[in-house]
Design a protein around this ligand. Structure first.
Ligand code: NAP
Ligand code: ZN
Length: 346
């Protein structure tokens, strides 16, 4: 079926209305009528060519919430009318050790990403800035009724991307967690770390976000561009989740960790990292990264959010405001996720 969508016609060009072909609903597929699609900074990196060449035209969007229209005969987990979500992946090999362990994002063949990947029929996947989507049921999440659907959409990428390292590295009572960068990922990291019981500090270069940080659940706020803040916070944190989309001084962040502290990078800064081995070894610090999260953990995160009343702070926009929203994200002027009303793709 041909459906309305918004696409970048070529690298670096503004997005505009178009149509894309969705495959027929296969035995294990789910046809979803999209209601909301979040704008992730990764969408912007991708269409600006910062992550290498991609097939064009390209429909971004991997924070998708909608309702099931139709399911294939072998689908048992979802039914017509259910509210569901799709995140950054729509396929994986299903046989390798990471897939078998529920970590499809680390599939040894590489997962099939929701847009800009080769799909199993060889065509390029096209994402959620569209009225409809056909997805393998194994990559469709259940969105709990307690969650507002527009505010839930960013959980499918920003939520799981921050939940995964917070859980992996033990954010909880008695643990000091710093979140660097208060954007889409960062504001959810603050809410989630607070709900997990950690003491939460925000490092942001935007003083105007200080009040928001406290409202979101942060115990402390520091100016991340101020060397005095780094001196004051030296050796303080058990875990730092870095969500910044640009290159930062990794060694300065490592210096804020206590013995065995962990710096988990989730921001996709373009440059290679310079790491001072002494800074790592002098307090047995750990430097790691993390990419989204597996399907079972994504469902766990959605259920955790429903139980704790957590969702994104969103600014709902019509499709024709997508390019302006991209500019505002690039200017760190996002409070704290743009979500597109998919009715405006029609
Ligand atoms: P975002 O909404 O733009 O937030 C990024 C925040 O970083 C900004 O709001 C700003 O916060 C801070 N920042 C931006 N430029 C900076 C600079 N030059 N120096 C210092 N701070 C800066 O982006 P997002 O959607 O949260 O995504 C963040 C990054 O994570 C992107 O690179 C994205 O591609 C990546 N990502 C990774 C994964 C993964 O699986 N690992 C998943 C999703 C996204 P302040 O104003 O508070 O300083
Ligand atoms: Zn994303």
């Amino acid at each position: 079926m041909r459906v309305n969508a918004y696409a970048a016609p070529a690298e670096g060009l503004p997005l505009g209305p178009t149509t894309v072909e969705r495959r027929p609903v296969g035995p294990e597929d789910v046809l979803i009528a999209v209601e909301y699609a979040g704008i992730c900074h990764s969408d912007i990196h991708t269409v600006r060519g910062e992550w290498g060449p991609k097939p064009y035209p390209l429909v971004p969007g991997h924070e998708i919430v909608g309702t099931v229209v139709e399911v294939g005969p072998r689908v048992t987990a979802h039914r017509a009318g259910d509210r569901v979500g799709v995140g950054c992946m729509v396929g994986s090999c299903g046989r390798c050790a990471p897939c078998a362990g529920g970590d499809q994002q680390y599939c040894v063949d590489g997962p099939v990403f929701t847009y800009g990947s080769a799909d199993r029929d060889g065509r390029a996947t096209q994402g959620g800035y569209a009225t409809h989507l056909v997805v393998d049921a194994g990559f469709v999440l259940s969105v709990p009724a307690a969650l507002d659907p527009a505010a839930a959409a960013p959980l499918l990428c920003a939520g799981i991307t921050t939940y995964a390292p917070l859980r992996r590295w033990g954010a909880g009572p008695g643990r000091r967690v710093a979140v660097v960068g208060l954007g889409g990922l960062g504001h959810l990291a603050v809410k989630l770390a607070h709900a997990l019981g950690a003491e939460v500090t925000v490092l942001s270069r935007s003083p105007k976000k200080q009040e928001d940080a406290r409202r979101l659940g942060a115990d402390h706020w520091f100016d991340g561009s101020d060397p005095a803040a780094f001196a004051e916070l030296a050796g303080r944190f058990d875990l730092i989740v870095n969500t910044v989309s640009a290159d930062l001084d990794t060694n300065a962040l490592l210096g804020l960790l206590t013995l065995d502290g962990v710096l988990a990078n989730v921001g996709a800064a373009p440059g290679p990292m310079q790491v001072d081995g002494h800074r790592l070894g002098s307090a047995r610090r750990v430097l790691t990264g993390s990419m989204i999260g597996g399907i079972p953990q994504t469902q766990e995160m959605l259920d955790f959010c429903a139980a704790h009343g957590i969702a994104a702070d969103v600014e709902l926009i019509p499709a024709e405001h997508i390019n302006a929203a991209y500019e505002r994200v690039l200017a760190s002027d996002v409070h704290y996720r743009f979500v597109i009303d998919a009715a405006t793709f029609a």
